[in-house]
Ligand binder design. Structure first.
Ligand code: GLN
Length: 194
């Protein structure tokens, strides 16, 4: 299993560590030619969605990333990654990769903008720890299945080959969301092999 980790900005190293704990290989995508290699899945990390969106465009990565996801490449976006993948951003900001039928609300927790930890049920995984840092939530979904909620707000969702979390599983000790994503990637690989 080999996962590409978008490494333009933000918390990408932490994802690489989680993957390595689970026995998966990873490599960093810093420019267009890094993306031009076989991979079983792609991780888009937390950070600043506006910065990552700008860099994706400037580096000519936006279209190829969008195309590969549309073709079925399994992708996991955390926090800013969720915002980048949403087809709509609450408040009218222009969307970025725009692959998933959700509306993302940025910096959505009012006075709790800093960071906070919670524990909540994640569908199929039981209760898991969740770390939020200036996090978004999913204010509406028109096509994705909601997998977790905190305080009545949707914080994780899946639509076919796309998984997103508003929180940062890579900043906890809990490997279950990354394992869930690697299972998604393994299933997609089987489909392609048949
Ligand atoms: N607030 C950031 C944004 O809007 C996301 C924060 C994060 O990724 N930890 O892009």
């Amino acid at each position: 299993m080999r996962i590409g980790v978008l490494a333009l900005q933000g918390a990408f190293i932490e994802h690489e560590k989680m993957l390595s704990k689970l026995g998966a290989d990873s490599f960093e995508i810093r420019q267009l030619r890094d993306f031009d290699q076989p991979m079983d899945g792609l991780i888009i990390p937390g950070g600043e969605s506006t910065v990552q969106g700008k860099l994706l465009r400037e580096l000519g990565l936006m279209e190829p990333v969008r195309r590969r996801i549309a073709e079925g490449l399994p992708v996991f976006g955390t926090c800013a990654g969720l915002i980048l993948l949403a087809k709509e951003i609450d408040g009218g900001e222009a969307p970025h990769i725009a692959a998933m039928d959700i509306v993302a609300k940025r910096n959505a927790y009012g006075r709790q903008l800093g960071s906070f930890a919670a524990g909540a049920e994640f569908k199929g995984l039981g209760e898991i720890p969740m770390t939020f840092i200036r996090a978004p939530y999913i204010s509406r979904s028109t096509g994705a299945e909601i997998l977790a909620e905190v305080d009545g707000k949707a914080v994780a969702a899946r639509q076919d080959n796309i998984l997103v979390t508003a929180f940062h599983p890579e900043l906890t000790e809990d490997l279950s969301v990354h394992r869930y994503f690697l299972d998604m990637a393994a299933q997609a690989g089987k489909k392609i092999a048949v």
